[in-house]
Design a binder for this molecule. Structure first.
Ligand code: HAM
Length: 429
């Protein structure tokens, strides 16, 4: 009886070797940029108490209502795979006393899980790079966060392909007042709404604004505007941020519809979007979340941050061909043998070449086989040089050739001891 092959879970991707250079390039640039801005890494689990996400992201959000992978573990504790990183980062930083009366600049990376309908750029397991800054109330830190993302786009060669949208969603108090006005408006139009909107108009009226239903959207055309409820203080913070962005030469546009899908934000929120990815246009999003630490039981600590979608950025890097060639070639030198019984010499020679050429990929052929099939493997590995060991007869010294594989078929011949230096010279190492 034939056994069916087990497949990966829908929306959860394998990253294959040919795709990993783009990931490595992105990771290297992200790590370099956050280091240059003085941020430190924090790691926290992929599983947390479900309550953590309910209390931070909001009970009446798509993520918590429809998208979390939640289950009872063997102790009966209700746990969820993290759908995003901010909640876990705040939980971890607060639990370990990193927040109160301190300033922290932190970053993280890793897989997140949301049970969304998979399509290009939208997956059920996806990865984020995130940055969170704690204890800094002014607009300068908001500007710094945006500057970090802008610096990364430059480093990746994506600056021309992304644009920045900002909005001011006001303080928690402003949003409360606005929520009440919105509820009153929606109640007056209840008969024109769908079930989802009618349910949310009391529990979380602002989420009705995200409705995909055209009938609901046409009702919303006359709804009160959030901008009319934003306090003077919040407006001043936002204006100061805009000034800072102008002084940094960062272009932006204001999008009054940008409210973000998570409840913890206040004041300025932002999103970087692209027209390169079709429907899933957001590559990075964030904003201030001054109330979240206290909401999760910590002492009040202001905060702001953002996260970017790694898969979406990888797609952009591939489409726009931005991954440098040096990331694509894992193998520079392939050591092979034209006579039998030379394995130990070959392994030792490969090791000597590695010592001479740090950072280069040196493969020693394993598994035997004819000379011609070994050469085929050297080409398939993408090596630019093949180093060929050949026995020259009884008691004669080994003959070693270096064959150029890419560009020309030049050959150099030398003694075993001189080969590593010669390879380094040819590679420009
Ligand atoms: P978010 O906007 O939900 O924010 O996610 C950030 C980014 O993750 C998105 O812009 C997108 O690029 C990527 N992303 C989200 N869902 C998916 C998906 N299903 N498949 C592929 N990529 C996806 C947050 O998560 C906040 N925690 C950001 C933040 C940090 N705010 C403050 N600090």
């Amino acid at each position: 009886m034939s056994k069916t092959r087990i497949q990966a879970i829908r929306g959860m991707n394998d990253v294959l070797p040919e795709e990993s250079p783009a990931w490595h390039f992105l990771e290297a640039q992200f790590h370099a940029v956050v280091k240059r801005f003085g941020y430190r890494e924090i790691r926290f689990p992929v599983l947390e108490q479900t309550q953590l996400f309910k209390r931070s992201i909001g009970e009446v959000t798509d993520i918590v209502e429809k998208e979390m992978y939640s289950f009872d573990d063997r102790n009966g504790d209700n746990l969820s795979l993290r759908p995003e990183g901010t909640a876990g980062c705040v939980r971890a930083a607060d639990q370990h006393g990193l927040l109160y009366n301190q300033q922290q600049r932190l970053w993280y990376q890793g897989p997140m899980f949301r049970h969304e309908r998979p399509q290009k750029g939208r997956y059920r397991q996806f990865h984020q790079f995130g940055v969170e800054a704690f204890g800094m109330p002014g607009p300068d830190i908001d500007a710094e966060l945006i500057q970090i993302s802008a610096t990364l786009w430059q480093a990746l060669g994506l600056a021309e392909s992304v644009s920045l949208e900002l909005n001011n969603i006001g303080s928690a108090g402003d949003r409360n007042a606005y929520g009440q006005a919105l509820t009153a408006f929606l109640e007056a139009h209840a008969s024109e709404l769908d079930d989802d909107a009618r349910r949310r108009m009391h529990s979380n009226p602002m989420r009705v604004l995200d409705s995909k239903n055209e009938a609901v959207q046409s009702v919303l055309a006359d709804a009160p505007a959030l901008a009319d409820f934003v306090s003077q203080e919040s407006c001043e913070h936002f204006e100061a941020l805009l000034q800072l962005l102008q002084s940094l030469g960062i272009e932006y546009s204001i999008n009054p519809k940008l409210v973000r899908g998570l409840d913890y934000y206040n004041n300025c929120v932002f999103e970087w979007t692209t027209d390169q990815l079709g429907a899933q246009s957001a590559v990075c999003g964030g904003g201030r979340y001054d109330g979240l630490v206290a909401q999760l039981g910590g002492r009040p600590t202001v905060a702001a941050g953002f996260a970017m979608g790694v898969e979406r950025l990888v797609l952009m890097l591939e489409t726009l061909e931005r991954v440098p060639e040096s990331y694509r070639r894992p193998v520079d030198v392939y050591v092979l043998t034209a006579s039998e019984g030379l394995s130990s010499q070959a392994l030792r020679l490969a090791e000597a070449i590695r010592a001479q050429c740090p950072g280069r990929g040196i493969v020693c052929h394993c598994g035997g086989g004819k000379y011609s099939s070994q050469v085929k493997r050297a080409f398939a590995a993408g090596a630019s040089l093949a180093v060929v060991l050949e026995a020259a007869g009884d008691n004669a010294p080994l003959s070693v050739k270096i064959r150029q594989l890419a560009g020309s078929d030049d050959v150099w011949t030398g003694e075993l001891s001189t080969i590593p230096a010669e390879v380094a010279r040819l590679l420009g190492a």
